[in-house]
Design a protein around this ligand. Structure first.
Ligand code: SAH
Length: 461
């Protein structure tokens, strides 16, 4: 049956889409409904209709889902940050595990998937160590900060985000009072005027160190001393800086950082390894889960001290340094040069000498290394374990081909998108590897994304 715009229909929500929207079906017609939860029976108005699917506006919840809960954050619906706050946490985990399994079955063609129970959080709130709050004026002209609404740049006021650290509120209160007192203007996206664009906050969960960085459309701020005096009253304050961004674009951070007070970085630990983190460095946002994710990767790598390991897409070397503690030698590859600088610095900071880092595309660096090795050594390069942690688009085929040639005993695949993961696993399993273990890790409670760690074993024929 076909539906049209403005039709009203009743649906049972049976699935959840990539943006957390509910998905229901009526006579083969699929409807995407924002804010509907799996298990809800809802009445919706069709806002947009294509041949087989459409988008519906939630008008009424006729029967609430047993998994529906009251969101902790009053702004949960409007805010673009969280998508699943209205679903119980247990059910979020069920949904995420199902998503991984579904993709491995449908896209990867796997059956009898060796899934381990998903790694969830005991307390799925206040887990983020980083937040970037835009500053602006609302319709009444009042100074506001919070988060952008989904898909727009309207600021939803919120200084106390339910997945952020509790110190956010104190910091934001102080920065906004400073702005009010000294008439410091927020940046205005429409005319490019004004000074303060974003307030960037980072916290070392292990060390308790706090970083505040104001992203500004200019070179300095007035009454800098007064702001610093106010912020340094907050326990843990370690680094206060400015980031210069004069560009009229949506990119939040500029390239230049000027320290106003304290250090240019904070330090945090994951497991035994310390990391120095500057405003510009990439660092996992959920440190309590990161240690579990990396421990799972380490378990799957099954290292005994004699192995040669590659960590492809290594970022600032977080996984590499974790693995280096148990391996003979680790080689990390990453495309962003600054990240590799951080990786080298972090290796030194921890006295790790058995790790080496290369800047470049994994799909170029590894094949080149392989070719050069054969030319120079007269034999094929071999690795015992290869770890990959690619961005959402997954691994390039040239990389997968080289991995297969290097015949590692084990491949550990850490993935933030189980669809491309499934595609890549199929490729590897058609070329001599066997799926041994799969484990989901929830790095983003209340959000739709889920990480997956996989262990592949080489088949000996
Ligand atoms: N393993 C790291 C980072 C994973 S995120 C950690 O856990 O912290 C994926 C990383 O891949 C990013 O740092 C990104 O810059 C990098 N990247 C993206 N495309 C790449 C490519 N073609 N080759 C190498 N690295 C790439």
């Amino acid at each position: 049956m076909e539906y049209r715009k403005n039709d009203r229909i009743t649906l049972k929500i049976v699935d959840c889409g990539t943006d957390g929207e509910g998905i229901g079906k009526a006579d083969g017609f699929t409807v995407f409904v924002k804010d509907a939860v799996i298990g809800d029976v809802v009445s919706v108005k069709i806002m947009k209709a294509k041949k087989n699917y459409g988008y519906g506006k939630l008008e009424q919840i006729l029967e609430p889902s047993p998994y529906r809960v009251k969101p902790l954050c009053p702004s949960a619906r409007q805010c673009g940050g969280c998508q699943l706050q209205e679903m119980s946490y247990d059910q979020q985990l069920v949904f995420k595990e199902k998503k991984i399994r579904g993709n491995l079955e449908r896209i990867g063609g796997f059956t009898d998937i060796p899934m381990e129970p998903i790694i969830g959080m005991d307390d799925p709130w206040h887990y983020r160590n980083k937040a970037q709050f835009p500053v602006g004026r609302n319709k009444e002209g009042r100074l506001v900060t919070g988060f952008y609404a989904g898909r727009t740049h309207v600021i939803i006021e919120n200084r106390d985000c339910a997945i952020g650290i509790p110190q956010n509120k104190e910091i934001l209160d102080r920065v906004l009072s400073y702005m009010e007192k000294y008439h410091v203007e927020p940046y205005n996206e429409t005319n490019g005027k004004g000074l303060i664009r974003h307030i960037f906050i980072r916290c070392g969960f292990y060390t308790g160190e706090l970083m505040v960085c104001l992203i500004i459309n200019g070179g300095s701020i007035p009454h800098q001393r007064e702001l610093v005096d106010s912020l340094t009253e907050i326990p843990g304050m370690t680094s206060i800086s400015l980031n210069i961004n004069r560009k009229r674009s949506n990119v939040i951070l500029g390239e230049e950082v000027r320290v106003l007070w304290g250090q240019s970085y904070i330090t945090d630990k994951i497991g035994n390894i310390s990391y120095q983190i500057s405003p510009l460095s990439f660092f996992q946002v959920n440190p309590r889960q990161t240690v579990k994710l990396y421990s799972k990767a380490l378990e799957y790598a099954d290292l005994h001290g004699e192995e040669t390991v590659w960590d492809l897409y290594c970022g600032i070397g977080t996984i590499s340094l974790f693995l280096a503690q148990k391996a003979k030698f680790v080689r990390g590859v990453e495309i962003v040069p600054q990240a590799i600088e951080d990786a080298r610095k972090n290796a030194e900071l921890n006295g790790i000498t058995n790790a080496e880092f290369y800047v470049g595309k994994a799909e170029e660096v590894l094949p080149e290394y392989y070719a050069r090795y054969e030319q120079e050594q007269g034999e094929k390069a071999h690795a015992d374990v290869i770890v990959v942690d690619p961005p959402r688009k997954g691994c390039d085929q040239a990389l997968l081909d080289t991995i297969v040639k290097m015949q590692p005993e084990r491949i550990v695949y850490v993935s933030c998108d189980s669809a491309t993961l499934a595609r890549d696993l199929r490729y590897l399993c058609d070329r001599g590897y066997e799926l041994k273990k799969v484990c989901g890790a929830d790095m983003f409670p209340q959000g739709v994304h889920v990480e997956t760690v996989v262990r592949l074993q080489r088949k000996h024929i």
